[in-house]
Design a protein around this ligand. Structure first.
Ligand SMILES: NC(=O)c1ccc[n+]([C@@H]2O[C@H](COP(=O)([O-])OP(=O)(O)OC[C@H]3O[C@@H](n4cnc5c(N)ncnc54)[C@H](OP(=O)(O)O)[C@@H]3O)[C@@H](O)[C@H]2O)c1
Length: 210
């Protein structure tokens, strides 16, 4: 598949690495073409000069920027992502007041509301970047939950999630992004509270077995 990754930070680089390993053609961007080129060189991906250029012929667009940058990124993309499958990986973390995050609409639904022609899919936000680069732990595939309203878009992302090494799990409609973002918040708060090393991931055990 042709994968466009907007953002070349921890998540962008980790997903680029596992995607390239799985045989996908990956194009990345950052705030500058120089930073994108650096990340592309480190991961075996290609760099684009702009977000618009990156998404032009992409089968899947992954938006891997901070939550606060979503508005800026989508404004810049304009209609270039209409009809495209766009994966939102963002979390909105508020450690002091987690209720503020848990009570609200998800980031993914907000994007969908503002951009109704985009096929928004939620995935990866509940996983750490280290695990996105390598989604197995001691030979066990972590679960890769995927939520979205457009079944064809979701199926494409499920296929991608599996190709890079997760066990793909259809988590239901896009409203379930609220639960996935809750999982993202929880796993971050657990690392901080227990001084864990940001390496674990979500796995349902019991039937159906791997
Ligand atoms: N880190 C994790 O383990 C993790 C896990 C799950 C979910 N997430 C979520 O994933 C998202 C990214 O996290 P991260 O840790 O990768 O953040 P990060 O390391 O800070 O990277 C953010 C990237 O976004 C790029 N960016 C910002 N504005 C942009 C724009 N307008 N166009 C193109 N690129 C732009 C930055 O570019 P420059 O390099 O040029 O500054 C940077 O490469 C966040 O929403 C976070 O909540 C993170």
């Amino acid at each position: 598949m042709k994968i466009a990754i907007i953002g070349s930070g921890n998540v962008g680089k980790a997903l680029a690495k596992s995607s390239v390993k799985a045989g996908h053609k990956v194009t990345m961007t950052a705030t500058t073409a120089e930073k994108a080129a650096e990340a592309a060189k480190a991961t075996g991906a290609h760099a684009a000069n702009s977000n618009q250029e990156a998404v032009t012929d992409a089968d899947i667009v992954i938006v891997a920027v901070p939550y606060e940058k979503l508005g800026e990124v989508f404004r810049g993309l304009g209609t270039a992502v209409d009809g495209k499958v766009v994966v939102d990986v963002t979390n909105h973390i508020n450690m002091q007041n987690p209720g503020e995050v848990l009570n609200g609409i998800s980031n993914a639904e907000e994007i969908q509301k503002r951009h109704p022609k985009v096929h928004v899919v939620k995935a990866f936000n509940y996983s750490f970047a280290a695990r996105m680069a390598e989604p197995s732990v001691n030979g066990t595939r972590l679960d890769g939950f995927v939520a979205g309203d457009d079944q064809a878009a979701k199926d494409k992302v499920l296929e991608f999630v599996e190709s890079i090494g997760y066990r793909p799990i259809d988590a239901g409609p896009l409203v379930m992004a609220r639960a996935l973002e809750g999982m993202g918040l929880l796993i971050v708060m657990l690392q901080v509270k227990h001084s864990w090393p940001w390496q674990n991931g979500w796995k349902l055990v019991g039937p159906p077995e791997e």
